[in-house]
Structure formats: C-alpha cells, structure tokens
Design a protein around this ligand. Structure first.
Ligand code: NOJ
Length: 579
C-alpha cells in the first residue's frame, strides 16, 4: 500500500550529553507548561532500518538484531540521530513482520529480547533514539487473541476482531488491499462466520471499539516505553476505526477506498485516549502512517492542541512516481501545498522512500550509471532542505537502485504474489505486470544492504532471503567510504548541514519559478537568514529563474565538485546558496 510530554531538566541534560557534537536540542516549548510538546522530534533526522535486509549475523540469510548492533557505528557515522525499525516482533511473516503474533516478543529470525535490550542500550550509548513500528490496526491470525476469538462465538476474545455471522447472509463488500480476491471478508467454517481483514487473510483487523482491545494495546505500548524506546510509528492506524454496523458502500468505492477507510468514526477519540494513557506519560514521539484524506484530517492528527500525535506522513508526495504521470510540476505543487498547509501549525515528515516503495533514485531520479550519483545527491538535498522531519531509507545514502528482478520467482512480497496469481488465473498480461514490478514493486527497496563487494555484499555468509542487486560489486558502502565525492560522503555532509542550521528545520519555505518544468527552486528563511535551493530534476542543462541577485550570495553546498554560482544548472545539479 501506498500506504509526548515533558522532560525534566535532568533528562534533557543527560540527553544533550549523548548527542553528537554540534547537535542542539531546541529548548523551545520544553518547559512551557501551556503545552506538552518538546521539539527533539522536529529536529531529528530519522534513518529507517529494514531489519530483514540490513545485516545478517548468523548466516541464515536474514538480517537480525545482532547484525544491526554490529552496524551501529556506521549509522552513528551518518550523523542521523533517530532510527525507525520496521517490526521486529514475533510473527509468522506473512507480511514481513506486519502480522504480529506476540507483541511482547522478538521474531525468532531476528534474535531474542536480550539482543533487543542490548540494541537499545548500544543505541542510546551512541546518542541514537529508537522508534518502533506499532502494528495495531490488525494482528496476525496466529496471535493468541485471534486463535481464541476464532474458536467459539462465546469466546471472551470474540469481540477483539470483527465477525459477521453467516446466518445474516454475506456481509457488505469490503475491499482488501492484499487479499488474492480483494475481498476483506473471509468465511471461517469453524464458527460459521466471516472475519474482516483489510490487508491479508493472515492480518485480521482488531476491533478498536472494544475498550479491552484498546487497553491491551496501551499496555503493550507501556511495555516498550518502559524499556526506554523513544517513539512509535503507527502502522495503517488511519484504518483502525470502523463503522461496525458495516453499511453498504457505493459500488466501485474501492477505487477511492481511502475515503471510506481512513479517519472514520471515533479514530481521534482513540488517539486522544492513547495520548492520555500512554504517549503523554513518556518521552516518546509518535508518527502516523498516512495523514488522512484532507488537510483538516492531517491537522486534527498532529496539531499540538489536539493531544493526539506529533506528526504524520502523507502519501501524496511519495505517490507521484513516473509511471503515474509524474511531472516535476506536479511534484512541486504537491510538496508546496503540503508545506503551506502546515506553515503555521502542525508538523509533518518529509521522505521520498521507505520499505513500501521502490528505490528513490530509480523513481524520482535517474539510475543510469551516468546520473545515478548526481541524481541521488540532488534528491537527498531536497529531503534535507525541506521543512518537516526527514525520514531517510537505508541504502539511499549509497544511491542504491531498483533490483528490477525479471522473474516472478525472485519476488518475495506477499501482495505482489497474490496479484500475480490473480492475474494468472484471469489470463491477464503477465509480461506487462512483470515490467511494472521492475519499476514499482516494493521488493526493489528490500534487497540486502550493499556493504561491500564481497560475496552477498557482506550482508550474509548464507543464502540471502531475497536476491541482491547485481550492481553491489561497484555500488557499496566500502567503496564509497574511500571516495570523498561519493553519495555516502555527500549524505554525511548534508545531514551535518541540516543539524547545524535551524533554518533548514524551521525556516519559512517559499516556492520560486513555479512553472519551470525542470528545476525546483525555493528559499528557506529564518531570522533574517535566507538560503536559496536550486535543484535540476532533469538530465540536461537547465536554467532556474529566481528573480534574485545571486552575485553576492555564497555557495553553501552543491553536488558537483564546483557548484554553479548562477542560475545555469548542469544535469541533476543541486546548489544551496546563502543570500
Ligand atoms: C503499512 C506498512 O508500511 C506495510 O509494509 C504493510 O504491508 C501494511 N501497512 C500492513 O501492515
């Protein structure tokens, strides 16, 4: 699918001591009794680690917690200060951990709770914060709650999920994003009833109307917060509240299912309760996957006076990929519209990729050998110079590209396999489908991290759970460490630039040269300081039309060894000029 709290002065001081040199925690609001909001999460730079593909430590071909621990010095060296880890809880892995069978345990493939405790300790020792994925719109069908719920209509757990007794006939159609038939109701003969699953059959939706379910989830959150984690990313949470009378939706609603699924019913009530019961009691940040259907929805999620969440990430920007009529004009329009809607109030995140997307450089840049490095750096410049907390996906700091597997056997993603099977059953165009996957399947972003040119890129000594991108012999961290002009070193420099300059975090954003189809130009401005950012999104020379006198400006940073000092930009050139 293209799918907080007061800190005592003592803790604040201790935190500051753990942070990298030059990193400043904003004191704004921290002690303001009128609102409960700290700002470390606005200034954070979040690095997303996909555990399955990051580093394997025991040769089973699957990344694990010990592997991550062994790479913490690398993560620290990037300059980022927060890590978001995709789910690591016990799971039968129907959807790579987004199907949790025990929220208080670690997935066997990934290690043990001792490994987790060590990971957290080692992260904190390096000044890195940890944000965990919280997958509570649904659980696994192998969770004890569900096995109990399924067992009998009289089970005390029956109301933990959504059941529809078959004697009432077929339930009103609900669209499933991952089911092979796209039908979100699955008949279960054991109790002659249907259960609801917006995602796969193995991901039954939890019933948030049930206060016991909510209490269980608050307790789970407290369990992790008590361990000292620093935040939660709420997976698919926009879908949690449902009209459980299950009215009929208009025919064809699935084409616009978000309107019917996202931000329904008492969702905000549930979030306010979660805030009161858990989030406000700990020093944790919270981020929602998805920002609703409208700016109003998004504001309702994240505005401070709502006491719900700290931030959300909207899909609009990342969804603009080439195959869906991508144009830079649309890209500029979407990011500018979102920025202006949150210019005065509320906070969002900024990202171009995650584990649900193909690789950033293959979608928004140019992954040909000629332009891969330049366009990766240009896109990274975009992310690090926009307002909103940056979420940066592991491997993008190397400019990792789409693997572009040609055979269906090479893919691992469950919804992709279901789509393939469904298409095959209908006799659909498999060649066209495979071509599309090469560009947009999320497995492109899930291939093993390319550490070195050694066998399996240094990811594993065993057989990797998913194939590697063939380019790892050339494109890898070890090679880039040795090259001062590499994408990796550029990433470190621009991360430091953001950390050192509050203008890049809080400064006012203004779009210039709106109708330029090739160049994205904007300014960021704070306390009389103004920076101009010019990004050539095309593979040919292009001119920005800023209307500003650049001659007196000073180049802050650029992705060419000698950055342009004027409006004439080279292919995929990125320049930041202090005016
Ligand atoms: C969104 C997650 O990012 C995605 O990977 C997962 O498949 C769905 N939610 C279901 O949990």
């Amino acid at each position: 699918m293209h799918m907080i709290n007061r800190l005592t002065a003592a803790i604040l001081l201790c935190l500051a001591a753990c942070l990298p040199a030059g990193y400043v925690i904003s004191q704004t609001n921290t002690h303001d009794p009128s609102n409960n909001v700290k700002t470390w999460w606005k200034e954070a730079i979040v690095y997303q680690v996909y555990p399955r593909s990051f580093q394997d430590s025991d040769g089973d071909g699957i990344g694990d917690l010990k592997g991550i621990i062994s790479r913490l010095d690398y993560i620290k060296s990037l300059g980022v200060n927060t890590v978001w880890l995709n789910p690591i809880y016990s799971s039968p892995n129907d959807d790579n951990g987004y199907d949790v069978s025990d929220y208080r345990n670690i997935m066997k493939d990934f290690g043990t709770m001792e490994d987790f405790d060590r990971l957290l300790k080692e992260m904190h020792a390096r000044g890195l914060k940890l944000v965990m994925d919280l997958v509570v719109n649904h659980s696994s069908d192998e969770h004890a709650w569900f096995t109990q719920s399924r067992s009998s209509r009289n089970s005390p757990y029956r109301k933990y999920y959504h059941w529809w007794p078959a004697e009432k006939g077929k339930p009103p159609y609900r669209y499933s994003l991952f089911d092979i038939n796209n039908d979100a109701w699955l008949y279960d003969s054991l109790t002659n009833a249907y259960y609801l699953h917006y995602f796969s059959r193995k991901q039954p939706d939890l019933n948030w109307e049930n206060p016991q379910v909510r209490k269980e989830i608050h307790d789970i959150m407290k369990f992790w917060a008590d361990k000292g984690i620093d935040g939660f990313r709420l997976d698919a949470f926009g879908f949690a509240a449902k009209d459980t009378t299950f009215p009929h939706f208009p025919a064809g609603f699935e084409k616009n299912f978000m309107k019917y699924y996202s931000m329904q019913g008492n969702l905000h009530g549930y979030l306010q309760e979660m805030n009161q019961e858990v989030l406000s009691k700990y020093d944790v940040m919270s981020v929602a996957e998805g920002a609703g259907n409208t700016f109003e929805d998004a504001h309702n999620l994240v505005d401070e006076d709502r006491h719900e969440l700290n931030m959300a990430y909207a899909f609009d920007g990342v969804d603009i990929a080439k195959m869906e009529g991508y144009s830079l004009l649309r890209f500029k329009e979407v990011f500018s519209r979102w920025d202006s809607a949150f210019a005065e109030k509320g906070w969002l995140s900024i990202y171009l990729a995650n584990h649900d997307q193909a690789r950033m450089v293959s979608r928004f840049g140019n992954d040909s050998p000629e332009f891969r490095e330049l366009s990766s750096k240009m896109l990274t410049t975009f992310i690090m110079t926009m307002r909103g907390t940056p979420y940066y996906y592991n491997g993008d700091e190397l400019g990792m590209t789409n693997a572009g597997f040609e055979r269906i056997e090479d893919y691992r993603d469950m919804p992709t396999m279901n789509q393939y099977q469904a298409l095959k059953n209908k006799g659909g165009d498999i060649a066209a489908f495979l071509k599309r996957l090469q560009f947009e399947c999320r497995d492109n972003g899930r291939t093993p991290f390319q550490w070195s040119g050694k066998p399996n890129a240094g990811f594993t000594t065993g057989t990797p759970w998913i194939g590697l991108n063939k380019n790892y012999a050339q494109l890898n961290a070890e090679a880039q460490e040795k090259d001062p002009q590499s994408v990796l070193h550029y990433f470190r420099r621009i991360v430091k630039l953001r950390r050192d300059n509050p203008l890049l975090v809080n400064g006012r954003y203004a779009l210039l040269d709106k109708s330029n189809p090739d160049v994205y130009t904007y300014t960021r401005e704070l306390n009389g300081k103004k920076w101009l950012i010019m990004l050539n999104f095309s593979g040919k020379p292009a001119k920005a039309h800023t209307g500003l006198a650049l001659s007196g400006g000073k180049v802050v940073m650029g992705n060419y060894p000698t950055p342009s000092r004027n409006e004439n930009l080279r292919p995929y050139e990125a320049v930041i000029i202090s005016l």
